[in-house]
Design a protein. Structure first.
Length: 256
């Protein structure tokens, strides 16, 4: 049984991060969608560039992947990963390289553009979708509320759905949030606990060519116990969801 003290500690750490991100957006965007205007007068790429403290690494990846035109001209929905997820993935890569006695990656440019593009596209979808366009996701009742499986920009299977938390013992009466998940295989399309998940911190940011849903630095598994009290377990999120396969792809492509 997970200790409630640890859960609350993690919850408040994440809440603090959300408040910082919300403050940077002039409090326009909230986890349960905001009441103020979420519109941004610029493209998706221009929005990211306006928030370099959170998305500087993501901006570099978009450029290295040769996808700036996509983010500037196509109608898209982008789940924007924070810089901390890129650092976490590269730290994992360097940990494995160090264990093998190999030199670390010190510059993002050492990873081939095709690798960055593959993992970047897991966050990118054609068309514009706000939080209200996604179905409900209940990890304990997938037969009724399974979110929806989508193909990412390059065809990777992903799931997106809105999780509605409980409040005061009443199911689905609490706050709601959007969650994006990487599905590792078609056989796991209905296996929620095998998915690699990350929560959205700020939803419905609306540049001129689509939507941006800014991701948290943490992945979570949300579920209800028999008393309908919500337990949330937070883990560090990685860029591309799977740092070990990222390492294999980077090595196979050649690290400069």
């Amino acid at each position: 049984m997970i200790e409630m003290r640890n859960i609350l500690t993690r919850y408040y750490l994440v809440l603090a991060a959300l408040l910082v991100l919300g403050g940077s957006c002039k409090k326009d965007y909230y986890r349960d969608t905001g009441t103020l205007s979420p519109e941004f007068n610029g493209t998706v790429l221009e929005y990211l560039r306006s928030r370099p403290h959170y998305f500087d690494s993501t901006i570099k990846i978009i450029k290295m992947a040769g996808m700036e035109n996509v983010f500037n001209t196509e109608t898209i929905t982008f789940y924007a990963p924070m810089d901390s997820t890129v650092r976490a993935t590269l730290e994992t890569v360097n940990g494995i390289l160090g264990f093998q006695g190999k030199p670390p990656v010190t510059r993002m440019e050492q990873i081939k553009p095709a690798v960055w593009k593959k993992y970047l596209c897991r966050y990118l979808f054609k068309g514009a979708k706000s939080m209200n366009d996604y179905p409900q996701l209940d990890p304990q009742n997938l037969s009724a509320f399974s979110g929806q499986v989508y193909s990412s920009y390059d065809g990777q299977l992903m799931n997106a759905g809105v999780i509605q938390m409980s409040a005061g013992g009443v199911k689905y009466a609490g706050y709601r949030y959007l969650q994006l998940a990487y599905i590792p295989s078609e056989a796991a399309a209905r296996d929620y606990f095998s998915w690699r998940k990350v929560d959205v911190a700020s939803v419905n940011i609306k540049p001129t060519n689509g939507y941006v849903h800014a991701l948290s630095s943490y992945a979570s598994d949300a579920y209800n116990d028999n008393n309908s009290d919500d337990l949330v377990v937070y883990n560090l999120a990685f860029f591309g969801f799977d740092p070990f396969n990222f390492y294999l792809d980077a090595v196979n492509a050649g690290i400069e």
